[in-house]
Design a protein around this ligand. Structure first.
Ligand code: BGC
Length: 342
């Protein structure tokens, strides 16, 4: 009887060990998995599309190591309401972290409330929420770039070009007649880029005369259309086009191509982003220069932060500005160094 009891105890002991091992394994496997939800404002945006591609690559890279990352991506097609619903759906599906490119950067409250209820951190990117909204909760982060820097660099590139190419002042009046194509109203990168580009040109001693400024919402077709209007208003007097992004600079160029004007009346065009087509246009000297918006760096920063937040490790290695912001630097791109950006 005594012996039988011992055997039963031994079996129970073994079963307990097996059970604990199984639990530990399950725990380990579960700990190595992360579900990431990505919501972005519009797939028709050239820069965003390329940034999202780089982001997928970054998650794949991290996933190939010893963790398994599942990424679900949703395009809001320009509607904040759609994005709010998509975020709810991503959270209901059990995502552990959200990467959100807001449609309306002034309206993140619904998304923040939904995420906070489930304690899921949010990394906003590219479209920066206002500072008060970023203070709503301590699990909100932002990855992007400093708009002022891109504007200053664009202005410096334009000033250097004008100094080196006296022909840029086509009517030789000692001033550069310019127009601006601006991004979406209310976007942190729009007005700030314009203001700083102009400030840099002026501080480098270039005399300017502003002819017009039109909003073209980051969009090539809209920029072409606005440029047509400005050309019909100012005829051949436009010497410089400053665009808040490459797509709009290329749209401006499209307008001139459509009008089939001679090279002698073409202004010089400057963009920002260094998208694939933007870089190609710089290489072919259709755009005089652009400023590289480091999508690879931003994608890597988003993915690494997301993984650190889910697995609660590695946060000490991340360099934050004001504890929640990561800003990647811009770079100047001319036909001389463009090849290094491919
Ligand atoms: C880019 C634009 C893009 C916009 C979208 C900006 O930083 O320069 O090309 O359309 O972000 O939010």
């Amino acid at each position: 009887m005594k012996k039988q009891n011992k055997t039963i105890l031994a079996v129970i002991y073994c079963l307990c060990i097996l059970f604990l091992c199984a639990c530990a394994k399950e725990q380990r496997e579960a700990d190595d998995k992360a579900q990431v939800g990505v919501a972005y404002y519009n797939k028709s945006d050239t820069f965003l599309n390329q940034l999202i591609d780089r982001l997928k690559e970054q998650f794949d890279r991290l996933s190939a190591k010893d963790i398994e990352i599942t990424v679900t991506i949703r395009d809001a097609a320009g509607s904040q309401r759609t994005q709010d619903d998509q975020v709810k759906e991503l959270l209901d599906a059990g995502c552990d972290v959200l990467c959100v490119n807001l449609v309306d950067r002034a309206d993140p409250s619904e998304i923040i409330d939904l995420a906070r209820e489930r304690d899921v951190p949010i990394i906003f990117f590219n479209r920066e929420p206002v500072a008060e909204d970023m203070m709503q909760w301590d699990k909100l982060y932002y990855v992007g770039a400093d708009a002022r820097q891109s504007g200053l660099m664009q202005g410096e590139l334009a000033a250097d070009y004008i100094r080196q190419n006296k022909k840029a002042d086509r009517n030789k009046d000692g001033k550069i007649q310019y127009v601006v194509l601006e991004g979406e109203a209310g976007h942190q990168d729009a007005i700030i880029r314009t203001e700083h580009a102009i400030a840099a040109l002026k501080s480098k001693g270039i005399k300017l005369e502003k002819l017009s400024c039109r909003i073209a919402n980051w969009n090539r077709a809209q920029a072409q259309n606005r440029m047509m209007q400005m050309i019909s208003q100012h005829k051949n007097s436009i010497e410089l086009v400053l665009a808040n992004n490459d797509d709009m600079a290329l749209g401006a160029l499209d307008a001139y191509k459509k009008l089939n004007v001679t090279e002698a009346v073409l202004p010089v065009f400057f963009g920002i982003d260094g998208t694939d087509i933007g870089l190609k246009a710089v290489e072919e000297k259709q755009l005089a220069a652009t400023v590289y918006n480091d999508k690879e760096g931003q994608a890597a920063a988003i993915a690494e932060l997301a993984v650190s937040l889910v697995f609660k490790k590695g946060m000490d290695n991340i360099q934050f500005t004001k504890e929640k912001y990561i800003y990647l630097p811009y770079f100047k791109v001319t036909s001389e160094n463009v090849k290094t950006f491919y």
